[in-house]
Design a protein around this ligand. Sequence first.
Ligand code: URA
Length: 474
Amino acid sequence: MFCVTLDAPDDFDGWRNAARNLALSKVPAQEVSWHVGASSGDLFGGAALPQVDPSASFAVPRPFVDLAQSAILHSDPERFALLYALLLHVRAGPGVVQDRADPLLRRVDMLAKAVRRDIHKMHAFVRFREIEAVDGAPARFVAWFEPDHHIVRANAGFFIRRFANMCWSILTPECSIHWDGNILREGPGAERGDAPAEDPVEDIWKGYYSAIFNPARLKVGAMMSEMPKKYWRNLPEASLIPDLIAGAQARESAMIAASPVPSKNIEAIPGARENWTELRAEAMTCTRCALHCTATQTVFGEGPADSRLMIVGEQPGDQEDLAGRPFVGPAGQVLNDALAKTEIDRSRTYLTNAVKHFKHELRGKRRIHQTPQTPEIEACRWWLGREIDAIRPPVILALGATAARAVLGKAVTIGKVRGAAIPLPTGQELWVTVHPSYLLRIPDAQKAEEERARFLDDLRLVRARLDGARLETV
Ligand code: URA
């Protein structure tokens, strides 16, 4: 048995050097035990690590290194062993890093995802509080944070870039980091009481939060999953949340009474638009439903910000999930072909999906599409509504029942609504047609041809509408 002792729980370099030596010496994963801390090596004993020629070549695919750098920050004590087992697996067949159905890769991928989520939370929820400066020393800001994983050192660069000119400390139970404007220092773990509980700008922050709080967008479940209660203790604005939630219904009713827009529909928010770039970045770490656990990534919409047509599909498929772009697989080819035939320029169209993560089930190594259900569609309407507000296209085309439902907030029968515009309360209009993958599944050749012709007819109507002189960008 070989025993590897790493210097710290996030010691990637130590893990990499040991794993390299072990792999070059062909040591199987079950013959290695991994530990953290200077004294644990003595405690666990074990044979000395094999010595290998330092110049021996050792190549691994870049995506594996990226994955390992994230996953190693997880608090799961098994992570070093899992990563070493995966390393051996990847060296035996480098294609494994692309094989989303591989159980070991999936397990490590889950670790990396949890770490990325924790990093996102740290970026969002660290709140610095000013401490009194003594003897003319520069002001110092201190924050308390309790991460789930070993992410503090790896995250220091983010806070240095963001608060380069401030002197700050971030205290956590495991370690602390201190920036004086020039040098980053590390210190031991701390306790909550070591950081100040409030500071003078707190009231300004609370005032800002109350002002931007939109009761019509309140989704308590989603809010709790985005901002779990454990972070509330450190957020000045959190003390306002119970009252704001309690008063939200009354405020929302007042807003609806004052507005002609029915609440079921996605509203055009008066005033400033959503910022698409920020929205997309936010959606990349979406955890509003469980689909993020099994999908590779969020597939957000794409297209010019001034698009006059938005096409909404159902959800990314297998290829879209891997590429991170909508409509690049077989259904995308059918759509491209139809757009070309009806002279709708895809490069001037915004394409997106009702649901932004790929829902599927595994059959052997194949990932089989599953239709998203109400909870996923509802959870993702949050993004679609904001996307529509960012782009504000005068015409929206929904491909299939899921897309139509997501835009309208209620189910419709495609056969009944296709061929005519559905006016939206925002002044935009919605057209509905079938989903291109439906056209791919029709077994009867003649019926398939008829349905394709109808699909083209629907697209021509949209095209004519886009040509209509009276359609202005909303
Ligand atoms: N089907 C969809 O609805 N959207 C895509 O992006 C791909 C296939």
